[in-house]
Design a protein around this ligand. Structure first.
Ligand SMILES: [Mg+2]
Length: 358
């Protein structure tokens, strides 16, 4: 039997919104949404006061406002989130170098062997939480377990300011009882599919042989088979590289005119160029993704000789790709632009993983 690993997943509580409440006392105790309040705005983060009204990230701002009429919208301040994130990262570093950030506010830590020689991972999680509170004034939730799958679920069990531990001898009973929609990687569509198969909990999932899950769900079926048994061998990877940087937008109503799509493409190009800039990255392949109203999707790519990172280059190339693939009348529900194929010296910095829809 392999020796047991000690993995911690740290997740800041309502990160962007908490930073805004910290820096502006007038926002304390109030429902706050970080994001644009306009017609196409999307909530990037919601304070706990806002969540009580059913406001959550990725929700359209219009619906958010309807659910919570007193909702206060605040423009995101990424430089502040980023510098706060770096402080948090430096606290992690005192304990281990095996840190895998998932975004500015979330990371896995492997503390099996740690710099302070602390044997109990829960003690490390406790210390990290209190150091974060001390140095940033913000609360974090921590999950502690034997692998990434379990640590991530654990950090969500006791939010906010939570600390939840799944010990090796508790794993089986915990996963057995776990509702499948709590499994990482199970979205709405997969959950519905599983429920139609009579799978509601980890225990139900365990009844299915691996080949059947692969038949039903593709490659991820193998992962489902493993995690239903509490197994997840994925290492904590400090240097996992980003392969692409992009942005996409889902329309409130389907678009059926090239002209309208080009307007969106313009905004997306600005967003992608901004992300490339923040990440100090430049790439050679530009990809346009178009998802139609029937959920079929196409992508069109072009690889250029030189790297691109400016808004104009991104827009011009993606416009060319879109114009070739699209004719008026086709109903489009989502449009996306992605840059990949990063040149040496222009690879994205690891810590820029903001995903905010326009
Ligand atoms: Mg978070």
């Amino acid at each position: 039997m392999p020796s047991t690993r000690k993995i911690i997943h740290i997740d800041m509580d309502a990160f962007y919104a908490s930073v805004e409440q910290r820096d502006n006392p007038e926002l304390k105790g109030k429902p706050v949404a970080v994001g644009g309040s306009g017609k196409r705005g999307v909530v990037a983060a919601a304070s706990y006061e806002a969540r009580a009204f059913g406001v959550h990230s990725a929700l359209s701002s219009i619906i958010a406002k309807r659910r919570c009429p007193d909702l206060i919208f605040v423009k995101p301040r990424f430089s502040v989130y980023k510098s706060t994130s770096l402080i948090i990262r430096s606290i992690f570093k005192e304990y281990t170098d095996l840190i895998e950030p998932l975004s500015l506010d979330e990371a896995y830590l492997d503390v099996t062997k740690n710099k302070k020689g602390i044997r109990i991972a829960t003690e490390i999680a406790r210390q990290i939480k209190s150091r974060i509170k001390e140095q940033t004034g913000l609360t974090a939730s921590a999950g502690v377990s034997v692998n990434k799958f379990l640590a991530k679920i654990a950090s969500d069990m006791d939010k906010p300011d939570g600390l939840f531990i799944i010990k090796p001898h508790q794993v089986e009973a915990f996963v057995d009882k776990l509702p499948i929609e709590k499994f990482f990687g199970v979205g709405k569509v997969t959950a519905n599919k599983m429920q139609a198969m009579g799978i509601f909990t980890g225990k139900d999932l365990k009844r299915f042989p691996e080949n059947m899950l692969v038949d039903k769900f593709g490659k991820v079926g193998r992962y489902f088979y493993q995690v239903a048994r509490g197994i997840d061998e994925r290492p904590v990877e400090p240097n996992r590289e980003r392969k692409s940087i992009g942005a996409e937008t889902t329309f409130a109503v389907d678009y059926d005119q090239l002209e309208l799509l080009l307007e969106e493409l313009d905004k997306l190009s600005i967003e992608v160029a901004g992300r490339l800039r923040r990440s100090e990255a430049a790439g050679r392949t530009i990809t346009v993704k178009i998802k139609f109203s029937d959920f079929t999707q196409i992508t069109r790519s072009k690889t250029t000789e030189d790297t691109v990172n400016s808004k104009k280059e991104i827009y011009d190339t993606s416009k060319e790709l879109l114009s070739h693939a699209y004719v008026d009348g086709m109903k489009v529900r989502l449009l996306g632009v992605t840059i990949s194929h990063f040149a040496e010296g222009h690879k994205p910095r690891r810590d820029d993983q903001l995903t905010i829809e326009l």
